[in-house]
Design a protein around this ligand. Sequence first.
Ligand code: HEC
Length: 142
Amino acid sequence: MGYKIRFLVSALSASALLWCVTVSAETSTNAMQNAIKNGATLFASTSLGSRGNSCMTCHRGGGRSKGMLPNGKSIPSLIGAAATFPHYNKRAGHVITLDMQVDSCIKNALMGKQLPYNSTKMVALVSYLTSLSQGSKINIIK
Ligand code: HEC
């Protein structure tokens, strides 16, 4: 009897452990996918700025196509861009991270309100932008 109960308990805890491992693996994948998806939505949303513009106003096709500034000047796509951060920014005069670049585009290009670096929105934007560099080789030293 005691043996049977012990067997049952260990079988149950083994399956509970397996369940935990499976669920947490699934949850971390979902969390990443959600962050990327939310970032893509924010990228196209005018909510980050104050002038009715979104990131997509300049960075076309979700950042996957060649971009265009309101004055017609073309800018490169954002494919692979995240893999070049951190890097020296001439205008800033110092090394900037991807988050700082996003911050600068929100402030200067969208005339928007600064997002805290640890906010869900900043994390989502950075996740989305970095997903556009999936597989790209890190290239920060030129
Ligand atoms: C008014 C046009 C405009 C808008 C809107 C805009 N950007 Fe930019 N973005 C630029 C320009 C111009 C550059 C390149 C020069 C610079 O500012 O350093 C740039 C650069 C970038 C880069 C770096 C690209 C590289 O290859 O180094 C990222 C990442 C980026 N923007 C993200 C965003 C995000 C995210 C948003 C929305 C929150 C946004 N941008 C909105 C004009 C814009």
